[in-house]
Design a protein around this ligand. Structure first.
Ligand SMILES: Cc1cc2nc3c(=O)[nH]c(=O)nc-3n(C[C@H](O)[C@H](O)[C@H](O)COP(=O)(O)OP(=O)(O)OC[C@H]3O[C@@H](n4cnc5c(N)ncnc54)[C@H](O)[C@@H]3O)c2cc1C
Length: 493
């Protein structure tokens, strides 16, 4: 037996002792431990058909799909005290297309935005499965807005939501309600720590987890779905794969650093220790979404530099936005909207803590921002003229939206935070985890933001959730089918 564990460990993770690995390998019978995120004495053992790790869009989709494919003993692990991960705090913009032309259009947008680094098969799988995600959520009770909108960071209007400013919460709510009606056991405050592989390292035999009581448990299973989200919150992984990023950079999930952000890359580390290939790990997406922005759609707010002028189209792709803000001397911008545009769920909170302020006139807003009033007035007047004629005079491109003219105005300072991990575990279109030699690790599946290759260098706005819903569903189905096939084979022999 050969311990994989520890070989690829990142500097920031607790060391896995060689001796302990052998001890566990021996204790675990025929299998070998593929690397645990901590080391300690013999765990208690139990069995499951499928273990799903994570309760965001990917994990919940996987769990529901697994159950609907007939898997009986399904265990869902969540290290946080509640379900939802980044999904529950997301704006809920979900890119989805039904028609063949729409599917081709969405696939092409993903490939173009990914700057040639997205895997065409994965991109197409996302687009083809996107409407299925909408239908599954509809079946669980989500109702949708009637016309798609253009999410920030999206080239065109393909996104849907539930019509509420907290659509991400709505999705998690209905999926958790559905999961509670099944036999799946959802365990909160339980952290997956490592995978157990077969002696040849080719297939999954189990998963180690730490329970809420602090005990270690080995769940023996033939199928694990890693749906642990991204690694934006892992300083160790950021240092390792994107050392140019300032270490103090906050995440959009926890702007201010006060909230629990579980995007530690746990699944990525576990998969890597099991011999999985990682792709596009340098592709971390930054977004101005840590301060004054209140909307997640294009056409309701104006972005300004410190001179009170627009410096980038609010509808630009995430990469262009990143470049434009980085080139500002302050690396920050002002955002202004008015009373008419429908706002996200954070308005009340941001007004309360002063992140966003209210002004009755543009004059008052200019004073609050410290930008020249004449420049602001001229910028907003030109913006409003552009909106009315559907042509953006500042950037020479088509434009849709609402004029910013109805008091009160809302304004705030906005800066970058880390938003999304484009890179992660390499998968096949069937969500099987790939090794560098192109073989899959049998029984190991991954879905959602923990994976890489779907988006390439950058992501289309609205496609993060679609990715998680689509590949979560695929992973869950594949996991259940594997277990069924193995059971049938065992019965036949
Ligand atoms: C503020 C914000 C707004 C966003 N808005 C949008 C949007 O409108 N549209 C869009 O497409 N995308 C959006 N995104 C991105 C999108 O929300 C995510 O890409 C998507 O929700 C990821 O889903 P997931 O299931 O892969 O991961 P998550 O939803 O993050 O879930 C992962 C779960 O795994 C758990 N976990 C991690 N490690 C372990 C472990 N070792 N053991 C047990 N559990 C573990 C975590 O606690 C978490 O609950 C937004 C992101 C943020 C932060």
């Amino acid at each position: 037996m050969r311990p994989h564990g520890g070989r690829h460990q990142s500097a920031g993770e607790p060391p896995v002792k060689r001796r302990t690995l052998f001890l566990f390998a021996g204790a675990a019978g025929s299998g070998l431990i593929a690397g645990r995120l901590s080391a300690e004495p013999l765990p208690r053992e139990e069995e499951a058909d499928v273990v799903v790790v994570g309760t965001g869009a990917a994990g919940l989709s996987a769990a529901l799909a697994t159950v609907s494919e007939g898997a009986r003993r399904v265990v869902v692990l969540e290290k946080a005290p509640m379900a939802g991960g980044h999904t529950i705090i997301s704006s809920g913009s979900l890119a989805a297309e039904k028609s063949p032309e729409g599917i081709v259009g969405l696939t092409n947008e993903i490939l173009e935005t990914g700057e040639g680094r997205a895997d065409p098969q994965l991109a197409r799988t996302l687009a083809e499965g996107s409407w299925g995600a909408v239908e599954r959520l509809s079946a669980l009770g989500i109702t949708w807005i009637t016309t798609p909108f253009r999410a920030v960071g999206a080239p065109s209007a393909r996104s849907w939501n539930s019509g509420s400013p907290q659509s991400g919460y709505d999705y998690v709510q209905v999926m958790m309600a559905a999961l509670r009606k099944t036999n799946a056991a959802v365990r909160f405050l339980t952290r997956a720590e490592g995978l157990l592989l077969s002696g040849d390292g080719r297939s999954v035999e189990g998963l180690y987890a730490r329970t809420r009581a602090g005990d270690s448990v080995l769940i023996r299973t033939k199928a694990v779905v890693l749906a642990t989200g991204g690694y934006t919150a892992s300083k160790a992984l950021r240092r390792r794969f994107a050392p140019e990023l300032p270490p103090e950079l906050e995440t959009t999930a926890s702007a201010g650093g006060e909230l629990l952000d579980g995007a530690d890359g746990d699944g990525i580390l576990m998969a890597e220790m099991a011999g999985a290939k990682l792709v596009d790990m340098d592709a971390l997406q930054m977004l101005p979404l840590a301060g004054g922005r209140l909307l997640d759609y294009v056409g309701g707010e104006v972005w300004l530099n410190d001179s009170g002028e627009r410096f980038v189209s609010e509808g630009a792709g995430f990469r262009e936005i990143e470049r434009a803000i980085s080139s500002q001397p302050s690396k920050a911008m002002w955002v202004i909207s008015d009373a008419r545009s429908p706002k996200g769920a954070t308005l009340g909170l941001k007004l309360m803590d002063g992140t966003v302020r209210e002004a009755q006139t543009l004059h008052e807003a200019a004073r609050g921002m410290g930008v020249p009033y004449t420049a602001l007035e001229e910028t907003i007047a030109r913006y409003n003229r552009s909106v009315r004629k559907h042509w953006d005079d500042d950037f020479g491109i088509p434009m849709r939206g609402l004029p910013v003219e109805t008091p009160p105005f809302f304004y705030g300072r906005e800066h970058f935070a880390l938003h999304y991990s484009c890179g992660g575990i390499a998968i096949t279109p069937r969500a099987e985890v790939l090794r560098p030699d192109g073989l899959v690790i049998a029984g190991l599946y991954a879905a959602g933001e923990t994976t890489g290759g779907v988006h390439g260098a950058a992501r289309v706005g609205g496609c993060g959730l679609t990715d998680a819903f689509v590949f979560g569903d695929i992973a869950g189905r594949e996991a259940a089918r594997r277990v069924r096939a193995l059971t049938d084979r065992a019965k036949a022999s």
